[in-house]
Design a protein around this ligand. Structure first.
Ligand code: LLP
Length: 471
């Protein structure tokens, strides 16, 4: 088998398809307020993207504030309803996973809509604090938290520190003792469940860096270590099984595993942990070709059923449950707006052709295609076109051939220099994973709502980059 044949056997090429048009559906591809205007341009939040591009330039991250807020609120409401005491459960909290996309404004929005916030570093903690989110509404994660990060968490009285290793337990206890506080902690449990689209983004199988293994006894050991330290309050157990999950079956296995450990600890020590966190990972649409993602109501109902049945089987009262969606809150609310530069036709080995459409951003504003082989789609944003679709690949302007924005998409044959191109579903893990590769300044984050644009994060400049370089 030739190298090319081997590669194509591993990664089958999906057919290039035209992006679905915006339809306002929350389980669609575009932000819910996205519409085509009468003359064919794309408008989001009542803002014509041509006007936005003229005023703010491209590339730009555009976030539909009403959509993001709506998704946050929908999660909060769905979990409150599904886990209500009159349904035999003990209530639920939704933590927004800030790693997906965090700015001061976004932290404020999700908190206003009834969510708490999961932060993974001292930096994310600082953003949440700047937004005015109270410490008790925060959870601090991380497999290698520094003393400074732990001290900051204790100073701000975060609601939970999710401990990820045995040595960390002693460190948190010592820092709490020094600060004269009792630290609320959760133990991150590795259940062995591996879910999600890509190995790099699955976190609960055994051979990886997160959590304490249930099977190997490390989780039980950690629980005992926490209970042995009076400076620590054992809030509960935590499980996160992966990301971009469209099939909810893995959650049942993981939930049963952590609920089982909770029951076992209660039996052995008499201490029934009040909470269990089942993590995030709910998938979204990226191209429109994937199966329908579970709605927040479906996720909440499914998890509530699992917790109810598992606790009945174990004979333990149900815990308060929390979850941590990131992508499903921020992903569909955001798109990236680019301007087309060079357009080039390339002959393919099979005799066909591919139109390479270069845009003014690339792997520095969206690393996911290069890192995970993630698929996206794209559509003309500044005009409609009746031209026939051609097989196209949208690429960036970086100095490497893996700099792909959209691997397979059908674009109108008249796509040309100066056209605006929108890539939907970039709201999560786009800006938050952006880099300055090739000394590219990072794009601004522009919120649109009710016909107005608000700059949440301004465009970086080359001067910003040079200011960090001390020569
Ligand atoms: N909770 C914990 C403990 C997590 O580690 C994560 C994601 C989440 C919640 C939120 O997961 P979500 O609901 O957003 O799937 N950079 C990758 C995703 C990495 C996710 C890491 N942890 C990507 O671009 O697909």
């Amino acid at each position: 088998m030739t190298a090319t044949a081997a590669a194509s056997a591993v990664v089958p090429e999906p057919a290039a398809a035209v992006a679905p048009e915006p339809d306002g559906a929350p389980d669609g591809l575009w932000p819910t307020t996205a519409r085509r205007t009468a003359d064919g341009s794309l408008a989001v939040g009542g803002v014509d993207l041509r006007d936005l591009a003229r005023e703010h330039g491209t590339p730009a991250y555009v976030v539909d504030e009403a959509d993001l807020r709506g998704r946050a609120r929908t999660f909060a409401d769905a979990f409150a309803a599904a886990f209500a005491p009159d349904r035999g459960l003990a209530g639920a909290e939704v933590y927004y996973a800030g790693k997906a996309f965090l700015t001061v404004a976004v932290a404020g929005w999700v908190h206003e809509e009834g969510l708490r916030l999961d932060v993974a570093t001292g930096g994310e903690l600082a953003v949440a604090v700047r937004a005015g989110v109270p410490g008790p509404a925060l959870a601090l994660h991380g497999n290698n938290k520094s003393d400074a990060e732990l001290r900051a968490a204790l100073t701000h009285r975060v609601g939970r520190v999710v401990v990820d290793s045995l040595p960390e337990i002693g460190r948190v206890a010592d820092l709490a003792a020094a600060a004269g506080v009792r630290a609320p902690v959760m133990v991150r449990v590795t259940t062995g469940v591996h879910a999600g689209g890509h190995e790099f983004i699955a976190t609960a199988h055994e051979d990886q860096k997160f959590g304490l293994s249930l099977a190997a006894g490390a989780a039980a050991e950690a629980v005992a270590a926490v209970l042995a330290r009076p400076e620590l309050e054992l809030v509960g157990l935590h499980s996160h099984i992966g990301s971009q999950i469209l099939d909810l079956a893995g959650f049942e296995v993981a939930a049963r595993a952590v609920l089982g450990l909770r029951a076992q600890v209660a039996e052995q020590t008499g201490y029934l942990m009040p909470e269990v966190d089942l993590g995030g990972g709910y998938g979204i649409r990226y191209t429109g070709a994937e199966s329908a993602p579970p709605t927040p109501a479906r996720v909440a109902t499914a998890l509530a059923d699992v917790v109810r049945r598992a606790c009945a089987d174990l004979g333990t009262p149900p815990p308060r449950v929390s979850v941590e969606p990131g992508r499903a809150v921020a992903g569909p609310a955001g798109l990236t707006l680019y301007t087309v530069g060079t357009v080039k036709d390339v002959r393919l080995d099979d005799g066909g052709a591919r139109r390479y459409v270069s845009v003014d951003g690339g792997m520095s504003d969206n690393i996911r295609p290069a890192l995970y082989g993630a698929e996206y789609t794209a559509a003309l944003a500044g005009r409609a076109s009746a031209a026939d679709p051609v097989t196209a690949r949208v690429v960036g302007k970086h100095c490497e051939s893996g700099d792909v924005v959209v691997r397979h998409v059908a674009l109108p044959a008249d796509v040309a220099d100066g056209d605006l191109l929108a890539v939907p579903a970039t709201g999560a893990y786009g800006r938050s994973m952006a880099s300055n590769y090739n000394a590219m300044p990072r794009p601004p984050v522009l919120a649109v709502r009710d016909g107005r644009v608000r700059v949440l994060v301004r465009r970086e400049t080359v001067e910003d980059l040079l200011a960090l370089d001390l020569g």
